[in-house]
Design a binder for this molecule. Structure first.
Ligand SMILES: Cc1ncc(COP(=O)(O)O)c(C=O)c1O
Length: 265
């Protein structure tokens, strides 16, 4: 399978990357991991459909509570249920949500043939998580907003990535298609890669970890962890970048932890 990467926030670049007659699917994340770029789902659906391709939206960062890609014209919504749907970092799974019955049947056929079927206990854990999705997401967003406010005013922080910020280039689109802006916040620090790694190592309430979307806050260095494998490609991330999955703890505890981690002790 061949693919071409294009910036999700640039509809014309996505259109140009489509190979007419060959491209079967336009696969996007919005917000993206870890730079929180925003793609306009309605516009991308139009571009994909003009070319006879499906629009697949990885909705993991937003969750179904904050964004509903099928309503906006997407053909498939993808969720890593490991993340917000499960919500407690105790299950690994995924879900494809589609509108079209024929597509659902084609996917179910492959799922059954390949054997990629969730076990009963894993399914139960995700179902239980979904019952509290709305209240968890509101708390994730409340805490993320506090963290963003703190980071944007911190002298050791050079850039904050969060679609809720008015200056974020995707803010207007995010406001149109999302209920709120989610619990993931990325930021860059002065002092380069080593400082970023040190900050990750000093945090205590934020546990060092690659996952996201659970009730507990996690911190990671994408360049050395989740995105180490894309170094040297067009998907490479800045080396002074830190990604936070802001949990549902007391906001003050999270700010105190970041303050200590950024200060150096
Ligand atoms: C946006 C997004 N989609 C999909 C995945 C894959 O999830 P899983 O670990 O459940 O395979 C991840 C994992 O980090 C992710 O961040």
């Amino acid at each position: 399978m061949a693919y071409d990467a294009a910036p999700v926030s640039d509809v014309e670049a996505v259109r140009a990357a489509i190979r007419p007659g060959t491209t079967k699917a336009v696969w996007v994340e919005t917000p993206t991991n870890p730079l929180l770029n925003i793609g306009d789902i309605e516009a991308l659906a139009a571009v994909a459909h003009e070319a006879g391709a499906l629009l697949v939206v990885d909705n993991t960062f937003a969750s179904p509570y904050l964004q509903q890609p099928l309503v906006l014209g997407a053909d498939v919504a993808v969720h890593s249920t490991t993340k917000y749907c499960g919500g407690h970092s105790d299950v690994v799974g995924g879900a494809l949500v589609v509108r079209d019955l024929e597509l659902a049947e084609a996917i179910a056929f492959h799922q059954n043939s390949i054997g990629a079927v969730a076990g009963p206990f894993d399914s139960w854990l995700v179902l239980r998580g979904l019952k509290t999705l709305g209240v968890r997401m509101d708390r994730h967003c409340d805490n993320a907003e506090q963290v963003v406010d703190f980071l944007t005013r911190h002298e050791a922080v050079t850039h904050v990535y969060y679609p809720g910020l008015e200056e974020h280039p995707g803010h207007v689109v995010a406001t149109r298609q999302m209920k709120r802006y989610g619990g993931i916040v990325s930021f860059r620090v002065s002092g380069g890669e080593q400082h970023a790694v040190d900050v990750c190592g000093r945090a205590e309430v934020f546990t060092l970890g690659e996952s996201l979307g659970g009730v507990e806050s996690l911190i990671e260095h994408p360049g050395r962890m989740t995105h180490a494998s894309v170094a040297g490609t067009e998907l490479e991330v800045p080396s002074d970048l830190i990604r936070l999955s802001v949990g549902i703890e007391t906001g003050e505890d999270l700010l105190a932890d970041l303050d200590r981690a950024l200060a150096g002790g």
